[in-house]
Design a protein around this ligand. Structure first.
Ligand SMILES: Cc1ncc(COP(=O)(O)O)c(C=O)c1O
Length: 487
């Protein structure tokens, strides 16, 4: 029987189960009822708990799907154009771990773009990979790092033909998307598979306004956070597979290892519903978000705020229209301050850095969200008298990820280094870091143990220290000191 895209087999099975109101002598202990003391929480959860089920005769098993989960995943593969799709309940994090472990055994070599999310780095650590980090290309106008240039990939593939995979992360957190086709072709010519962390691009290829998806460009394994830019619940993500270069059974095996044996049914069912929305409404799924983003962009005209756009970058990147990357063109408010001001006025951004504030639009965005944002920005412009100030010249600070022009030697990543000492940040320059430093978000490690603290990294850390950026990994999260390896 051909599956029907208008159905949501997993969600419908949960709904059927819930209305039976059978006496439940299986986990979870709540038995589908909110029994907490009378609070708002009871009202909030009461509707959801009846579908918070477990592996039963009619609800299938994520780790051995043969029924409604198999059907839901088959429909998702059809929708996204994959040969096989697996639902993830641990976000793209779980997918990144499994796809790396599925291709790389201890001591084997991986070619990996340097500016990757920590989940990729954690996967490389768990795999015991020897990693050659490829320096990313940097957009000279915005200073933001994107995927490595095709020439960098070509050189890495030439130098390391034994690599088990090439791993790229596209788009970046700012929605800057690169064309991966040349790099994928070069890797495939050497029978090296390409894994893509497309956490921020599950909508790519689903509307003419969006860039092509990694699957459309020929990647072998693609991981997408359906919860970030589609309508799935938080932690809902998907891993897609195609081609013969990666063992699908190995990736499945690692998914069984890195994901819970009690995966959340509300999350999985929300993946089924997000897929159905896309499958049936198609481009219409995004019309409201796109229109709102467009109107908001237009509303910036005449204000001191600008948004990153194809004509403000100087490379061949597509900009995701659902990401509004704002900056104060007068140079008065840095990204962190602008984010904080917006938050006080009731607009909560996805991320900020020292220049930009990233605002994500999605299937749930409504036109009044855009109006609230514009009203808040106008209020901020007035209170800071930004309108009276001239536009500042663009600061073109190259990303600190533009570490080296040369390909570095392979490294093996460790959780922490043994013989370290804490030194004042200023003294750390030129020393090998003794700990991880991960600004969050975006969660891309700036330093791993053993990596040399270059002048540009030291300067960037000092800027973050002054701005009070949120830092993970470092033992002194204020960044006054940094652990380095003893000489
Ligand atoms: C590029 C990138 N990859 C992977 C992840 C992890 O995704 P998730 O939060 O769905 O586990 C993130 C999260 O922010 C990310 O930015």
């Amino acid at each position: 029987m051909r599956l029907d895209a208008n159905r949501a087999p997993l969600y419908e099975a949960l709904e059927r189960h819930a209305v039976r109101r059978a006496a439940a002598f299986h986990v979870p202990g709540h038995k589908g009822r909110a029994t907490w003391d009378k609070t708002d929480a009871v009202r909030r959860y009461a509707e959801l708990l009846p579908i918070d089920l477990t592996e039963l005769s009619d609800t299938d098993d994520l780790h051995h799907p043969e029924g409604v989960i198999a059907d839901a995943e088959t429909l998702a593969a059809d929708c996204f154009g994959a040969e096989e799709t697996r639902f993830l309940v641990g976000g793209s994090t779980a997918g990144n771990l499994a796809m790396i472990l599925g291709v790389c055994r201890p001591g084997e070599l991986m070619l990996v773009q340097r500016n990757v999310h920590k989940s990729v780095v954690h996967g490389l650590m768990l795999a015991g990979a020897r990693v050659v980090f490829l320096p990313p290309a940097v957009d000279p106008a915005s200073g933001l790092a994107v995927v490595p240039a095709a020439e960098t990939v070509r050189e890495a593939l030439r130098r390391y033909p034994e690599a088990k995979a090439l791993l790229l992360s596209n788009p970046n957190y700012y929605g800057m998307a690169s064309d991966l086709r040349d790099s994928i072709r070069e890797a495939h010519e050497r029978r090296i598979p390409v894994l893509v962390d497309e956490a921020h691009g599950p909508h790519f290829g689903r509307h003419p306004a969006f860039p092509a998806s990694a699957l459309q460009m020929g990647a072998d394994v693609v991981v997408q956070s359906a919860h970030k830019m589609l309508s799935a619940m938080t932690m809902g993500a998907m891993l897609h597979l195609q081609g013969q270069l990666v063992s699908k059974s190995a990736v499945r095996q690692y998914l069984r290892m890195v994901q819970s044996s009690s995966p959340s049914y509300p999350i999985m069912a929300s993946l089924d519903l997000a897929r159905r929305e896309l499958h049936t409404k198609k481009e219409r799924s995004f019309e409201q978000a796109l229109r709102t983003a467009e109107e908001t962009r237009a509303g910036l005209e005449g204000t001191p705020f600008k948004a990153l756009a194809a004509d403000t970058t100087r490379g061949s990147y597509a900009i995701d229209p659902l990401k509004l990357v704002l900056f104060d063109a007068t140079g008065t408010l840095d990204g962190f301050s602008l984010r904080d001001e917006l938050e006080r006025l009731g607009c909560i951004a996805e991320m900020a850095d020292d220049r930009y504030v990233v605002l994500a639009f999605g299937t749930g965005t409504r036109p009044d969200d855009g109006q609230s944002l514009l009203a808040a920005l106008k209020h901020i412009a007035r209170t800071h008298r930004l309108e009276d100030r001239p536009a500042a010249g663009r600061r073109e600070e190259a990303s600190f990820f533009a570490l080296a022009k040369e390909l570095p030697e392979p490294v093996i990543l460790h959780g922490e280094a043994d013989d370290t000492e804490a030194v004042e940040l200023g003294q750390a320059e030129g020393r090998a870091a003794g700990e991880w430093v991960i600004p969050y978000p975006p969660g891309i490690p700036v330093l791993y143990p053993g990596e040399i603290v270059t002048p540009s990294i030291r300067k960037q850390l000092e800027r973050w220290r002054k701005q009070g950026a949120r830092i993970q990994g470092a033992s002194d999260t204020t960044l006054r000191t940094l652990k380095v390896l003893k000489r």
